[in-house]
Write a protein that binds this ligand. Sequence first.
Ligand SMILES: [Zn+2]
Length: 284
Amino acid sequence: MEIVARRLGAALPGETIESAMTPGLNALKTFDPPFSALDGAAFTGVRRRGKLLLLDVGSASHGELTLLLHLMSAGRAQMFDKRASMKDRTSRVLFRIPTPTHPDRELRVREFGTKQAAWVKLLRPDAVEADEAVATLGPEAWPEPPADLAERLAAPRPLHSMLRDQRVIAGIGRTWVDEILHAARLSPFKRGDDLADEEVEALREAIPGELGRVLDVYEEQVDLPLPEKFPKPTRVHAHQGEPCPRCETVLEAVFYEDYVMTYCPHCQTEDRVLKDRRLSRLLK
Ligand SMILES: [Zn+2]
């Protein structure tokens, strides 16, 4: 989301919204101020909080407003210099932002897959921080984890679930949790309240180290109109069966219903192979 905010932040401010639409029936979660307040409004800024994208606009009829966007896992914000075709079923939110050189420019929030999970809220400035999605966010993981990282993690929960809990620390997705825990040489099932000081320090280094590494790749490879599929510069996540990039032990994985958690038994779990929950459930 950071790279999306950077790219849109370079392109949108100053541009005027000719019209705004929500073809995704359930995408818009607010009704006051009305979405029509965006017609004729100008973008003033683009921000990111956790996995949320915030588009600030100035509306002639309603003053300053903020569009709060959560793309969820299958959503993308993309900018095109061609109008959406009538057959386009992926657009949930659509802004026409013609410029003198690009009369057909559109910013679209598109969603791929069957679920309609991405959402948008149109809020007045004072309602942004108070909004549940923003108010419940923990401190940002990047560029620097919070000073009280140890206290925030001190709960009887496994690291792999805690690190992607946006209330604990904001901005880490499940893909990058695997990379971070591998970099820090920590077991995904190690409990947060069972971390030694040096283990917290290893995480403090690994979190910005891994997120920064990914961002460097995005900086080089991701540009407008913003891709449907982002590069995934992973070394561990979903690489089960391949050699560990550090010690060459075969990487193992635990499979969940909708994702996979990959780790190196030698670097992270004292040579123990963790139980595959999918298998153990089938064998019950
Ligand atoms: Zn290893």
